[in-house]
Design a protein around this ligand. Sequence first.
Ligand code: BGC
Length: 258
Amino acid sequence: MAEILGIDVGGTGIKGAVVDTDRGVFVTEKIKYATPRPSTPDNVADVLNQLISDFDYKGEIIGCGFPSIIKNGVCLSAANIDKSWKGVDMVKYLKETTGFRSIFVNDADAAGLAEMTYGAGRDQMGTVIMITLGTGIGSGLFVDGNLVPNTEFGHLLYKDSIFEHYASNGARKKKNLSWKAWSKVLSKYLNHLDLLLSLDLIILGGGVSKNFELYKKYLDIDTRIVQAELMNNAGIVGAATLAFEMINAPDYVPKMVQ
Ligand code: BGC
């Protein structure tokens, strides 16, 4: 059985757990810390080291979901994380600061990989989108099970800004919106995505997944829409699973459109 430390770095919290990657379940409790302010590489590395020591982790690799565009382990954007991350070779940086080998993947891509493997998207062909509603909006797009990495659909333009600033869970809290009022703008967003992508399935995850029953009745969209089965744990599970695939087959290229 492979037990891999998965970490999900978010704009508000950093969560970790050791994952049984054969089954996609936690074998430890989940530990969460507030994202440090400022969320610079050094400050985030301190939290990652704290998690490694909390779990007394001795595995070969760490899988980390991160709220940025990531290519070949390099951070290429920083919307909800300190701007100094931009350009950082994260895999190299983690090796220097923690001593561990790691893989870094966009947080919503990680969550989507977990849902497509163990959750609501299992065996689902066609065009599937995982949308994570947290501090920001993350997107993971799958075509016949293959990930199209680093889509940034939370940043689609809306009004004077981007949809993330109106339809994320962060925006709901900030503007103190009722579930009904928030669902209205969320429906507008999801319908817009559907118009662009002709979706077969929408999986909603992120911090607000546990409240799905409270707002699903207000969502006005024809496409099939389901709650993430792994709820807000999907990012941790997906990052750990991807990391496991990397150790056992160093040349393995994740099932994604490159
Ligand atoms: C970032 C994405 C991330 C999403 C959710 C957005 O602001 O640009 O890369 O997936 O937030 O964390």
